[in-house]
Design a binder for this molecule. Sequence first.
Ligand code: LMR
Length: 332
Amino acid sequence: MNALIRTSLAAIVAAALAVPAFAQDITIKFSHVVAPDTPKGKAAEKFKELAEQYTGGKVKVEVYPNSQLYKDKEELEALQLGSVQMLAPSLAKFGPLGVSDFEAFDLPYIFDGYDQLRKVTDGEVGKAMLAKLEGKGIKGLAFWDNGFKIMSANSPLHTPDDFLGLKMRIQSSKVLEAEMNALGAVPQVMAFSEVYQALQTGVVDGTENPPSNMFTQKMHEVQKHATLSNHGYLGYALIVNKAFWDGLPEDVRAQLDKAVAESTAYGNGIAKEENEKALQAMKDAGKTEFHEMTPEEKDAWKKVLIPVREEMASRIGADLIKSIEAATGQQQ
Ligand code: LMR
């Protein structure tokens, strides 16, 4: 090899090595607590794909699923400190941050299906809720769906009486605490990453989750009974560190906004079906008995759970609850 070829080759190698440093100068670490094969896990991967594509590789997105980086409470602290840039925590987990508005989403039976929910998340009420995060150094970008929750335990849960004294794992939401208390259960706040083991070892007797979370964490292997109650909703706020987001070049932020809008539409478009598939997979696995509620049982649950709305009005704001009821057309 003569000297000229050697020099040219060295230049080509040096140029190739230098490209990533220039091309991928912004990294977004996106931490979450669920499995990749869930509505949130899939939407996060879609965001990564679109963000990298629309920014021409200028932005690199690293997705860390399954509490690999941080658990529930830690991840919000990590976002505020700038250790991660993006999260999608469940709306039930913002209370400890001092933003209790999102707990309105936890109110039992507040939404009768995805259409009613959408009236809130896509409307003025949702926009105002996301804006509340700004004071915490957080920017709310979108609402991401999971779905409607089912109740599980090792004993049948047909009527409220069946909950008496059961230790039920909940997320860190005062509304969920009130919900379990209303049913006569003993609520236990616990990080999502610890739930499977707690159920397996009997630290708690049961829990509530949309089917996709229950299935992908294998909770059905350690829960003998589940009731298809759909008594409440579990969804997410897609959030970023505000200083990071505001500091992005304008063109990059616009490209990321497009990736956010499209990954939101994608994730919210698949959530219902993902949950239906997960439920079917658990039924096929045959470890859990799934109970369809009778109209009488539904009425009995509603009778004890709907008053949670009034009980929580002083925490969440009676006006906010009213504006949700007005948006959904579901006046009590
Ligand atoms: C839970 O803790 O049960 C859920 O919030 C997990 C999740 O992010 O869906």
